[in-house]
Design a binder for this molecule. Structure first.
Ligand SMILES: NC(=O)c1ccc[n+]([C@@H]2O[C@H](COP(=O)([O-])OP(=O)(O)OC[C@H]3O[C@@H](n4cnc5c(N)ncnc54)[C@H](OP(=O)(O)O)[C@@H]3O)[C@@H](O)[C@H]2O)c1
Length: 305
């Protein structure tokens, strides 16, 4: 299958490229500013996704069997600072890609977020109403509607959690961000009362490859880790895994800092009906740890400890 990966240089896009190549698919990746070679791509195309006409031209020329959208402005603060650009990338572009997929009779995989929920009624089922409380979440919630309106019969959207994994830049995922803080000598406050259900990007990527290969799972689904866990427990497990001092993390509550008081308390996801229908199984946080490596930007600091 010829698969076009939009955002192939990102944390998820690069994991997906590897997973798709392992299954012997042809992998073509769009990248933005990333200037090095993304492993496992048969062809890498640099493109600014904000250039709608050029994006459409190249996609029609490639004529892929599947389009997998891993591109986004994916940090909530970026969406506040760049409301128009983020609205385009997170909401209008996915709709555009969905329309192109329909035109090409191609499978379309889109990525949404646990953030579409307000955190008050977890675990969330796929039938629960969305209740976004920040701009990024609003954009993602609207993207779901637009994608499935544009391309109901070809599209699958996955709502996904906080991602674990090894990004190409080494500064994108949960442990990479924490280790960058620790390398600067900053002990990190982590919330005991904020519950998430993190998932390894590689595990999610395998799910997405399965979804490309199957035609019977269209619609909106949830995928995440096997169990919810607090932010503080995540920190504890990471400290233990990498053999770091326990005082690198500090117990904290969301209400301790007014900037974080409104964050969603619990974004656990119910993985039915997808869990059990696939060969890939959700992993616990501890199972995910084995795949994590010390990120390049902090390797010298880590080795000197
Ligand atoms: N990471 C998480 O914890 C998490 C949690 C929930 C949902 N998600 C969702 O999962 C998906 C993947 O996230 P991620 O963490 O892998 O994102 P990421 O690492 O930030 O990667 C974003 C990708 O989008 C590309 N991109 C952005 N703007 C572009 C532009 N104007 N032109 C061309 N390419 C552009 C980037 O290319 P360059 O880097 O080459 O510029 C990069 O490949 C997103 O939909 C995100 O919202 C992520």
């Amino acid at each position: 299958m010829k698969i076009l990966i939009i955002g192939a240089s990102g944390l998820l896009g690069s994991a997906f490229s590897a997973a798709a190549k392992r299954r012997k698919h042809e992998t073509i990746g769009f990248v933005g500013n990333y200037s090095e070679k993304v492993p496992h791509l048969d062809e890498q195309i640099k493109i600014d996704l904000r250039d709608e006409a050029e994006t459409e031209r190249v996609i029609l020329e490639l004529f892929p069997d599947a389009i997998v959208n891993c591109a986004a402005m994916s940090q909530p603060w970026q969406c506040v600072e760049n409301p128009e650009e983020s609205y385009y990338l997170n909401t209008l572009l996915p709709e555009k890609l969905a329309r192109l997929a329909r035109h090409l009779f191609a499978t379309f995989i889109h990525i949404s977020s646990e953030q579409v929920f307000d955190g008050k009624n977890a675990p969330y089922q796929i039938s629960d109403s969305v209740s976004p409380i920040n701009k990024y979440a609003e954009q993602k919630a609207e993207s779901e509607k637009r994608v499935h309106h544009a391309c109901e019969e070809f599209a699958t959207t996955l709502r996904i959690p906080l991602l674990n994994g090894n990004s190409l830049s080494g500064n994108r995922s949960l442990h990479e961000i924490l280790m960058a803080n620790w390398a600067q000598g900053k002990a990190t406050p982590l919330f005991e009362d904020e519950i998430r259900q993190p998932c390894l990007a590689d595990n999610l990527a395998q799910v997405m490859v399965e979804l490309c290969e199957r035609q019977d799972l269209k619609g909106i689904y949830h995928w995440a880790g096997a169990r919810p866990i607090s932010r503080y427990e995540m920190g504890e497990q990471l400290i233990k895994h990498f053999g770091l001092p326990e005082d690198f993390i500090v117990k904290s509550q969301r209400g301790d800092d007014p900037r974080f008081a409104n964050r969603q308390a619990n974004l656990a996801l119910d993985l039915q009906p997808l869990d059990g229908k696939l060969k890939t199984n959700p992993q616990t946080f501890v199972e995910q740890l084995d795949s994590l490596i010390v990120p390049k930007p902090v390797r010298a600091w880590y080795n000197a400890l």
